[in-house]
Design a protein around this ligand. Structure first.
Ligand SMILES: *[C@@H]1O[C@H](CO)[C@@H](O)[C@H](O)[C@H]1NC(C)=O
Ligand SMILES: *[C@@H]1O[C@H](CO)[C@@H](O)[C@H](O)[C@H]1NC(C)=O
Ligand SMILES: [Ca+2]
Length: 509
């Protein structure tokens, strides 16, 4: 009895400050914005429920960690009484909306990737999330299965939700979304690499207009930024972009730049965006000692999407779900298909309408394109009887003319090989028999339209005009010379009887 009471009172003790804080907010909000008392009561109830769920450690509870406010951070989810992180593969606004809604915040400001709020502190529980956006809880969405992932610690997914403390109608920027600027033209910006084992690697050090040398905050540091550093140093292309203190961290050289964000085609780091560099020390999020690191190389692959093949081969097919069981296991159909499978006893005879096409990718670089994962980490997939070597190699999306994503495909099952090479170039990579995977220079990996998952499921789409976008290496996980040729963006005309894809152009994923 007394033990029970103790437990109860301790919980109450934890809850009380939360509740009093909430009542204050509710008071403030209802006065300031004149929201109805009923709305305020509901919001308070939602928030209290959220805290109770977190405190009770209920299966499926989520929380945000590493942020500066309670409404931002990397996401952790509770499974088997253990908190775990979520990986950023396929992480976008649809998933972010579910997170903010589940936590009781007014909405999503934006999602974050690449460990924006620090490295994942725990094992990954979820990867490759697919939400429709209206799920009540994150665990109602599709994902690969508890604990199944191929993620490094710097791939933690996060969100910045709308603040519950602000009036909804005013545009108050969050502190975290600090404005970003290019450096003034007149400035001299020098770069050097330090702490590496060779001249082509190390932590990136910057000197702005003759000031002191310093490092760059690691948050959001990717191959896009690293490519610009290697280009400016005339060291070629980035082979790796790391967030680490392996070559010396912030304790050795404090940061002079933060929030660095490049498009990838800049010739100097000065043209990239940064937080205000006049406010030292630059604010670093996440793991405090990690800085931006690059490894440069004059050799790099360069994938180019062959859009002529896409235009030539696109067509519709109605396919019974009985023939799509592998595809369903690999998330190659729209979410509605899973509802039908659950609710309709005759689901096997229900057909799905598929937009099919051949995807051909040429390596136009000066070295082979190799998979992201080492061979010993490849996964054997029973359904398609081959190894998967890279989690997301290609994505297929359909947008309406306003730019909203209305359907998506996902080539989960693939194997990279030399299907066709320019004359005189020998084929090297072959998927058969656990062979090496990759794409040689001047060879193409070709996914014929008749392969499983080589489609977008458009069953729920109305007829009309759309935009089709095919992207390879869409998350920039493998280094390339350029990412501006990794996608084809095309017009898609969808009628009752046919689909036509034309007017393609190369673009960025
Ligand atoms: C990089 O490409 C973008 C989009 O094509 C363009 O708007 C921008 O001006 C380019 N930047 C540089 C520095 O060339
Ligand atoms: C690839 O093809 C290009 C253009 O035809 C050619 O200039 C280049 O030498 C070829 N490279 C290799 C490694 O075959
Ligand atoms: Ca490319």
């Amino acid at each position: 009895m007394s033990a029970v009471f103790r437990v109860f009172s301790r919980r109450l003790y934890v809850l009380l400050p939360v509740i009093s804080l909430l009542s204050f907010n509710v008071f403030f909000v209802s006065c300031a914005v004149q929201r109805s008392l009923e709305e305020a009561r509901q919001e308070r109830q939602r928030l209290v429920q959220k805290y109770i769920k977190t405190l009770n450690k209920e299966e499926g509870a989520i929380r945000l960690v590493g942020g500066e406010n309670e409404y931002e951070g990397n996401i952790e989810v509770l499974h088997n009484n253990k908190w775990g992180a979520i990986c950023d593969d396929e992480w976008d606004a649809l998933e972010g909306r579910v997170v903010c809604q589940q936590l009781g915040y007014p909405g999503l400001r934006r999602v974050t990737q690449d460990g924006y709020f620090g490295l994942a502190r725990r094992r990954y529980w979820m990867d490759n999330m697919y939400c429709e956006g209206n799920e009540r809880e994150l665990t109602d969405c599709h994902f690969d299965g508890w604990g199944i992932n191929d993620c490094e610690a710097n791939e933690a997914a996060g969100v910045i939700c709308e603040s519950p403390h602000l009036e909804r109608n005013t545009e108050t920027p969050l502190a975290k979304l600090l404005p970003k600027f290019t450096l003034p033209h007149a400035y001299r910006i020098e770069l050097r690499l330090r702490g590496g084992r060779r001249a082509n690697e190390g932590r990136v050090e910057v000197r702005i207009d003759g000031g002191r040398w310093g490092t760059i905050c690691s948050d959001g540091w990717s191959l896009l930024e690293a490519n610009v550093v290697c280009r400016q140093l005339v060291l070629g292309f980035a082979r790796d972009a790391l967030q680490t203190d392996f070559f010396g961290g912030l304790d050795i050289a404090p940061a002079v730049l933060s929030g660095t964000e490049c498009y990838g085609n800049e010739t100097t780091l000065a043209q990239c965006l940064h937080h205000d560099h006049l406010r030292p020390p630059a604010e670093c999020h996440g793991d405090r000692n990690h800085v931006a690191v690059v490894v440069c190389d004059h050799l790099a692959p360069d994938l180019v999407v062959d859009f002529y093949e896409l235009e030539r081969t696109a067509h519709l097919e109605d396919r019974p779900m009985a023939l799509m069981q592998c595809a369903m296991e690999e998330n190659c159909v729209a979410n509605e298909a899973y509802d039908i499978q659950r609710d309709d006893p005759n689901w096997r005879y229900v057909t799905r309408r598929l937009l099919k096409f051949t995807a051909s990718t040429l390596n136009a670089g000066n070295t082979d394109f190799r998979p992201f994962k080492e061979k010993h980490l490849w996964e054997w997939h029973m359904c398609h009887m081959h190894y998967h070597s890279m989690e997301v190699f290609a994505t297929f999306d359909v947008f309406d003319l306003l730019g909203n994503k209305v359907a998506q495909g996902h080539k989960a099952s693939f194997c990279l090989e030399d299907n066709q090479c320019l004359s005189g170039v020998p084929k090297k990579y072959n998927c058969a028999n656990f062979g090496d995977q990759g794409i040689s220079v001047n060879c193409s990996d070709i996914y014929l339209y008749n392969l499983d998952c080589q489609w977008v499921d458009i069953t729920e789409l109305d007829t009309g005009s759309y935009v089709l976008k095919i992207s390879v290496n869409p998350e920039f996980k493998v280094a390339e010379m350029s990412y501006d040729n990794n996608a084809a963006v095309c017009n898609l005309l969808y009628t009752e009887t046919y689909a036509r894809v034309d007017d393609c152009r190369l673009a960025r994923p």
